[in-house]
Design a protein around this ligand. Structure first.
Ligand code: NAP
Ligand code: SF4
Length: 672
């Protein structure tokens, strides 16, 4: 019996039949900026089609030069480009998939001098001031969308998606915040809706009714001066009447001060806004944002909240998501943990996207494992992310792998990460690792007391050390005082913590510990608490869907310290750092930079700042001062003259994170 009957049901949309209800949402990957771009992009989409996703939506392509969001971003406005696009559509079709081209005009989000908008106000996230489009140019832009749709059809795409959400040009026309026009495209609500409706009508005039056209509507803008729920519903009805075959949903604008897709957003939090769209139309509606498991997707389809689900990052994390769901093997899905570290954070720093849990993503043409000449016996020591990733990838290639872990359970530092509020998705990562290790028959030995001498004599062809990191103990007087704890004591739950706390070190771990200590957990799992904390109006009565946020008392008074004289959190991930800082500010966490530590004693933490000696009376001082490589075992192997390789944190602890550890382990495993 089918485990996910609603998710796996086929669906006829216009002239095409989707094999299931899983849509790969459009993602800006910047793959086109790398070498061999068309081959790379074709391989990226082909892999997802082979994984049986129902429909792929490409990254956004602008229909004209003004609409690209950065120099060299995808543009589709010319016949000369058809050949390169054909290589992509043919690759997907050969794998049994369907692919639609997303058309996206960035409007005032464009980061180049040709930037235009409905009006000339600058977006707070873009230094470029837009030029207001003339009425004639608006009509020309409408025709550009229609022409690009015709080109997409010629290139073999199965449809187009018109990007009307996330605060891009179309959304800028529909919202009073950004549309101050006095011509036929501004003023009343009806006039503000004219731009998207004219685009759809122009498309239908040019290509007829057969070709699939999807409209991505902003289900809730999450900006003051955005549309209210009733206005969104009216736009949805009009969009359907103007020729859209299906509605996709978007949540919030890029400039919204409310997180919409980070791990700290409860799963399926935005259903209230998606249901508002669904209730307004008769065509199929796609739900999006924070849907990352087949169980969650099946539930929302079964209850009628939407007809399909869009998953973008989850398809980066596991291209075989749909296939594994069809086969009833959800435990083997490599789940997106919504960390944004290797996808959005890389995009925002002008690099191409990949995935923390799947470093092959976007690098399909590089990660091609060579066939093995002989099945080797491999030992990997350490059951953290690096060790587990190596064991799985090497075992998938056919090697015999034994994994030795000194603790009673697998996971290493992941066990700490999953205790942090907003990071419970790390549980999924551990579940995936455990399930894959078991399915592949990796010989896992927990509680192992590894001695190099046991490995003498050649029982293994190769030995890989992945013993991870240990916390750095700073050279501060009183570092052994009973008040002092390490982040491991706190996140591991082995020590109780007092009511006032000083955190020394404000890297990712310092921020995680602060979140843990102020008690922000509920906000990441319960939509109502999340809405109150961020001022989201789930009744959709207000324009933009916002109301004043509510404050809640933190569990403890927390102070964070760093030596660098710069704002705390400056180096956190671009897409999530602002969320963490804002949550901690709300919890009255004091952030103090430019300090020199003097000592810890019964009176508390002594430090100097601006040349003044200060004492902060606190119950505990928690060291979050980075890590050092745990290489004792590696050194002992070397001393015994046994050749070993070292990966992950044991190799390099600076800026350690699971991203680098998993990538290094995967690269070694496909070469060994
Ligand atoms: P980290 O980022 O290196 O931060 C440690 C902090 O401790 C530094 O900011 C440093 O600040 C301070 N410090 C270092 N040595 C010190 C010393 N001897 N005495 C006093 N202070 C010292 O390390 P982390 O916070 O453990 O994070 C490790 C890695 O894990 C990060 O690079 C990140 O990639 C990953 N991570 C990421 C996240 C995330 O949210 N994305 C969360 C957790 C971990 P000052 O020198 O200015 O005092
Ligand atoms: Fe998901 Fe993180 Fe991978 Fe991005 S990097 S796709 S958020 S797991």
């Amino acid at each position: 019996m089918e485990l996910y009957p609603h998710l796996m049901a086929s669906l006829q949309v216009g002239a095409v039949t989707l094999r299931n209800r899983i849509v790969m949402g459009a993602m800006h990957t910047r793959l086109e900026t790398l070498d061999r771009p068309h081959e790379r992009v074709a391989a990226f989409y082909r892999t997802r089609a082979q994984g049986e996703v129902g429909l792929i939506l490409t990254c956004g392509h602008s229909p004209n030069r003004e609409g690209i969001f950065e120099p060299n971003a995808p543009l589709f406005c010319d016949h000369s480009q058809i050949k390169e696009h054909r290589s992509i559509t043919e690759a997907v079709h050969a794998a049994g998939g369907l692919i639609a081209l997303q058309l996206l005009h960035a409007g005032r989000y464009a980061r180049h001098p040709l930037c235009v908008g409905p009006s000339s106000d600058r977006a707070r996230i873009n230094p470029v001031v837009p030029r207001e489009l003339t009425t004639e140019e608006v009509w020309q832009t409408i025709e550009d969308f229609a022409k690009a749709t015709e080109l997409a059809r010629e290139a073999g795409y199965d449809g187009v998606e018109i990007m009307g959400s996330e605060g891009y040009l179309i959304n800028q026309f529909t919202a009073i915040l950004t549309n101050h026009r006095t011509d036929e495209f501004g003023g009343s609500g009806v006039a503000r809706m004219r731009f998207p409706l004219e685009i759809l009508r122009a498309i239908r005039r040019r290509i007829g009714d057969e070709f699939m056209v999807i409209y991505r509507i902003s289900a809730v803008d999450l900006v003051d001066g955005g549309m209210s729920g009733p206005e969104v519903a009216e736009l949805a009805r009009n969009v359907e009447a103007a020729g859209a075959d299906m509605l996709n949903t978007g949540i919030g604008w890029h400039e919204s001060a409310v997180p919409t897709i980070a791990a700290s957003v409860p799963r399926s939090a935005w259903l209230y806004a998606i249901e508002n769209v669904k209730a307004a139309v008769t065509c199929p509606v796609i739900a999006s944002n924070r849907i990352n498991t087949p169980d969650g997707a099946e539930r929302l389809l079964a209850t009628g909240s939407a007809d399909l689900v869009s998953m973008a990052r989850p398809l980066l994390a596991d291209p075989d998501f749909a296939k594994k769901s069809r086969l009833g093997r959800p435990g083997e899905i490599n789940t997106c943990i919504a960390c944004n570290q290797a996808c959005l954070d890389r995009i925002f720093t002008d690099r191409s996207a990949t995935c923390l849990v799947n470093p092959r993503a976007g690098r399909e043409i590089e990660f091609v494992p060579s066939p093995i000449a002989r099945r080797k016996k491999l030992a990997v020591i350490g059951g953290g992310p690096a060790g587990m990733a190596f064991a799985i990838n090497a075992s998938e290639r056919g090697h015999y792998v034994s994994l030795f872990e000194s603790a009673a359970s697998l996971g290493g530092q992941l066990n700490l990460a999953r205790a942090v509020p907003g990071k419970s998705e790390f549980n999924e990562m551990l579940r995936y690792f455990r399930t894959r290790l078991a399915t592949l028959g990796v010989d896992v030995r927990l509680g192992a007391d590894v001695k190099p001498s046991d490995f003498r004599g050649g029982g293994f062809d190769e030995i890989v050390v992945a013993t991870g990191v240990r916390p750095r103990i700073p050279d501060i007087e009183g570092a052994d005082h009973p008040k002092v704890l390490s982040y491991i004591d706190v996140l591991g739950g082995s020590s109780s913590v007092g009511n006032s706390v000083a955190i020394i070190g404000a890297g990712g771990v310092g921020f995680d510990v602060a979140e843990f200590l102020v008690g922000n957990e509920q906000e990441s799992v319960d939509p109502e608490t999340f809405f109150q904390a961020w001022g989201v109006d789930s009744s959709l009565a207000s324009g933009g869907g916002l109301i004043p946020a509510q404050r809640k008392s933190p569990l403890r008074q927390v102070y964070m310290f760093q030596r660098k004289d710069e704002p705390l959190g400056k180096r956190l991930g671009k897409s999530t750092g602002w969320i963490l800082k804002s949550r901690l500010r709300r919890a009255n966490v004091e952030m103090i930079s430019g300090v020199t530590y003097q000592r810890v004693d019964d009176a508390g933490l002594h430090y100097t700042r601006d040349g003044q000696l200060r004492v902060l009376a606190v119950d505990n001082v928690i060291f979050c001062t980075g890590q050092e490589c745990e290489r004792d075992l590696y050194e002992r192997f070397k001393a015994e003259g046994i050749e070993v390789r070292v990966i992950g944190g044991a190799d390099f602890a600076g800026e350690l994170d699971a991203l680098r550890a998993i990538e290094q382990a995967t690269r070694l495993a496909i070469a060994v």
